[in-house]
Design a protein around this ligand. Structure first.
Ligand SMILES: Cc1cc2nc3c(=O)[nH]c(=O)nc-3n(C[C@H](O)[C@H](O)[C@H](O)COP(=O)(O)O)c2cc1C
Ligand code: SF4
Length: 273
């Protein structure tokens, strides 16, 4: 508890406007929420009230440390994407969000996926993903035998993922809107956002209160300027997933040559191109 609170305090002291507690994607606090990973039989496991206990304690420790005026956001899943395993249901996750709202969380960001659910949180394209992961990403640390097996299976896995998880702008909206319907605090939706129209329609339709973006900002660091006044030739993420494939092994960057070239041209121009 104390280390979470100390981290939040450090962020506050160096001038950040708020912090976000990560309870999505199969990280520790998400693992406690998910029955598949939480097999405990003490008062941190079993019922939803028990599974949310650690998250509540972490939140309370942070709130105590940073005070009431410092925003604390919560990132959580709308779906764990754990078919044939006991993922938390969307209804349960909405209940978690309501408990956290009552405890004083300022906003929730809705994502999806678990480290055990490939391709998890980054829907898009997957051809070449496994080679990128095995050769330059975190997979480079795996045994040689495992890397060879992954490369052999890659064409089948990647083709299946390409068909089953195509993504699209606002791919988490079907989950985010279920939180929006139940909560009074702002609901932020992440997942595939990169156009003015896509972002506006998500908010204007009332499906969420705000949107966030990861890959579109890796491709275009001026994304939020460019969605307000789109510059001709701006780099637009193609969701090839080259960046996430290399995650953990090399620096975060855009690994699509043509898009990166446009990005580099834009950021080296005196004004955003
Ligand atoms: C290279 C990369 C690294 C990421 N690292 C994290 C992370 O550390 N924590 C996290 O919550 N999400 C992480 N994500 C997931 C994003 O925050 C986001 O939930 C996901 O990419 C979907 O949004 P997008 O479609 O706008 O990319 C990462 C995504 C990418 C592409
Ligand atoms: S490598 Fe570049 S184009 Fe591909 S998903 Fe990442 S940011 Fe988008």
């Amino acid at each position: 508890m104390d280390t979470f609170a100390a981290a939040a305090q450090r962020a506050q002291e160096v001038g950040f406007d708020g912090v976000q507690i990560h309870a999505a994607h199969g990280y520790l606090l998400g693992q406690f929420l998910t029955p598949h990973t939480n097999r405990r039989d003490d008062h941190y496991g079993g019922s939803l009230d028990n599974r949310v206990r650690l998250l509540r304690e972490v939140f309370q420790a942070i709130r105590l440390r940073v005070g009431d005026d410092f925003p604390i956001l919560l990132k959580m899943n709308g779906t764990d994407m754990l078919p044939l395993r006991k993922g938390a249901t969307t209804a349960e996750l909405v209940r978690v969000a309501k408990i956290m709202q009552d405890d004083g969380v300022d906003a929730v960001e809705i994502s999806r996926g678990h480290y055990e659910s490939w391709p998890g949180m980054v829907l898009g394209h997957y051809m070449g993903f496994i080679r990128g992961q095995v050769e330059e990403g975190s997979g480079a640390m795996m045994s040689r035998r495992r890397r060879v097996a992954m490369l052999a299976a890659a064409p089948f896995i990647e083709r299946a993922a390409e068909r089953l998880a195509p993504g699209g702008e606002g791919f988490n909206l079907p989950y985010a809107e279920q939180f929006t319907a139940e909560l009074d605090i702002p609901v932020i939706c992440v997942g595939g956002f990169h156009t003015t129209e896509g972002m506006e329609s998500a908010i204007v339709s009332g499906r969420c209160d705000a949107v966030s973006a990861a890959r579109a900002m890796i491709a275009d660091p001026y994304l939020f300027q460019n969605v307000q006044a789109p510059a001709p030739g701006r780099p637009v993420c193609g969701y090839c997933n080259g960046c996430i494939a290399r995650f953990g092994g090399t620096r975060i960057d855009c690994y699509s040559d043509s898009i990166r070239a446009r990005r580099d041209l834009m950021i080296t121009s005196p004004e955003p191109a």
